[in-house]
Design a protein around this ligand. Structure first.
Ligand code: TNX
Length: 526
């Protein structure tokens, strides 16, 4: 006769033995979810030591009732279909699907802790891949994790052979910062809609959520403004080195905004003023204090141009431009630049920035500006983008503003990797892949802590960057590191561990056709 006590002891023994077997097999087999090289690194991973296998009869089931959910299911299906060659359908359901499928659901009770809008929970068993989130944005972020859990060749656009296995376990994940972005300067060199969409895809893959477009500078004006047509027509006809330039029509710009929105990415448009404005001054004589239009500019000097602060037409111009941009912008921010206004007197600069803040607010948008704007009186909700001046960042925080972290020494994608890099500049620093990764936004500037920081943004200035291949070379492999700094808690980040995960992304870059900088500091898996 076995007593109740003995029975309980045997059960406990069996459970412990099974757990031990599972743990040891987890450590040895490649089916260990905790060893997956996901970037950005998830907040929590629990491995259970098995496999789910995507097969030719796998479909994607989505919970009934949301058009957006259907779109996410479809975009996952589109990616998986190309490389697996499987006919993956997106099927609406109210029940848990049968084994072998992927299931996307929204939590009716918003029960995923800490997740704000972008958190998700991914449960992979031998039978199912279950992705759930409070909001569709979270499902979209979680879908990127599913991509990264599959073999790298899942990213290829031609049919590949499997097996398509995903390690089993549970991932709970959410971002450290709500703003995780990149900036592309389309003024110094113009990048067409297709190039911008490619960049948006890369940002989406690493769970970033903002693309800031630097739409105007001395060398070119890149957005059609219907009330001031010469801005794009004339001001858009130049670029650094004298190429033909270009601009987005409002229709094209709307396409970019929508393409980004479909990937849960917000576009932040920037019109840089009162300096960096020669393209506008060359397009309209009346914007100049002299009443004479300037010449188009194709060099790379900064700080020589300024709007004419005391003319009424200056503010009519700004109001028209911001007004048209606000209509094209579903996101909350309009970026007003404000940097390096070396030709604007300080006593002019301050009232100018104060007035422009009101113009942006009158169109229902919030102001983002380079940290230089901190010398003005910042209105509520203004965000200062820190790039170089620590004093400005502290002044902005002192006025209650939040800081967007883009320290040039760490987060400028146009900075060369080292002395041998052919593209790029090095006025702020050489930024090797480790240096780009090893910093914490919340401790970089004394007096500016996590609570003061909205997020981070890596900026690609394009004085020396002329096409998508060059863009890819400068952003890869640094971009995934910025994505991780924005997403993963600082306590969970460590270069020695990260470099191994990054090394494993090399095959993914290759599968996506990206020509990246093969830094010797990273153990690349080829
Ligand atoms: C500084 S950063 C600039 C840009 C240049 C960049 C080149 C900032 C706000 N202004 O105008 O393109 O350096 O690295």
């Amino acid at each position: 006769m076995i007593t109740k006590k003995q029975n309980a002891a045997i059960t406990a023994f069996l459970i412990i033995t099974m757990l031990c077997i599972q743990l040891s097999s987890t450590a040895k087999t490649p089916s260990d979810l905790s060893k997956a090289s996901i970037i950005p690194k998830p907040v929590s991973i629990t491995a259970t030591g098995g496999y789910f296998t995507l097969k030719s009869n796998t479909d994607i089931y989505i919970q009934e009732g949301s058009e957006e959910l259907k779109q996410i299911g479809q975009s996952l299906a589109d990616i998986l279909k190309k490389s697996t060659g499987f006919a993956i359908d997106v099927i609406t359901t109210n029940n848990v699907p049968k084994p072998g499928n992927i299931y996307l659901t929204l939590k009716a009770d918003n029960s995923i802790a800490n997740s704000v809008d972008e958190g998700y929970e991914l449960t992979v068993t031998k039978k199912l891949v279950l992705l759930s989130a409070n909001k569709t944005a979270g499902l979209f972020r979680g879908m990127q994790t599913i991509r990264q859990l599959l073999p790298a060749k899942i990213e290829m656009v031609s049919k590949q052979t499997g097996p398509w296995k995903i390690a089993t376990g549970i991932i709970t994940d959410y971002p450290a910062y709500s703003y995780r972005g990149a900036m592309l300067d389309v003024s110094r060199h113009f990048f067409g809609v297709g190039d911008v969409e490619k960049l948006i895809d890369y940002l989406a893959f690493y769970k970033m959520n903002v693309l800031h477009l630097h739409l105007s500078d001395d060398q070119g004006w890149r957005i059609e403004i219907k009330s001031w047509p010469e801005l794009a027509k004339h001001g858009g006809s130049s670029q650094v080195g004298g190429g033909e330039g270009g601009y987005y029509t409002q229709e094209q710009y709307k396409d970019i905004v929508q393409y980004a929105k479909d990937r849960y990415i917000t576009i932040v448009p920037e019109i840089d003023m009162p300096g960096h404005i020669n393209a506008a001054l060359a397009s309209y004589a009346e914007l100049n204090c002299s009443g004479k239009a300037t010449e188009l500019y194709t060099g790379i000097e900064v700080g020589f141009s300024t709007l004419c602060i005391n003319l009424d037409v200056t503010y009519k111009f700004i109001d028209d431009v911001i007004g048209e941009l606000a209509v094209l912008t579903p996101g909350p921010y309009i970026h007003i630049g404000g940097d390096e206004s070396h030709s604007t007197k300080r006593e002019d600069y301050i009232p100018f920035i104060n007035r422009v803040q009101d113009i942006v607010a009158s169109h229902g948008k919030k102001v983002l500006g380079w940290d230089d704007i901190a010398i003005a009186s910042l209105k509520p909700n203004v965000v200062a983008q820190h790039w170089a001046n620590v004093k400005n960042a502290n002044m902005a925080v002192g006025q209650g503003a939040k800081i967007l972290m883009s320290p040039a020494k760490k987060a400028y994608l146009d900075m060369q990797y080292d002395k041998s890099t052919k593209l790029g500049l090095h006025w702020a620093a050489y930024i090797e892949v480790d240096s780009a990764y090893i910093w914490d936004p919340a401790t970089l500037i004394p007096g500016v802590g996590k609570a003061d920081i909205l997020g981070i943004e890596a900026a690609l200035w394009t004085e020396t960057i002329t096409n998508i291949d060059e863009m890819e070379y400068m952003i890869f492999p640094r971009l995934p590191g910025y994505a991780e700094i924005g997403w993963t808690p600082a306590s969970g980040r460590n270069w020695n561990e990260y470099r191994v995960r990054l090394g494993k992304q090399g095959v993914r870059f290759k599968a996506m056709g990206i020509d990246y900088y093969q830094s010797a500091r990273v153990p690349w898996e080829k």
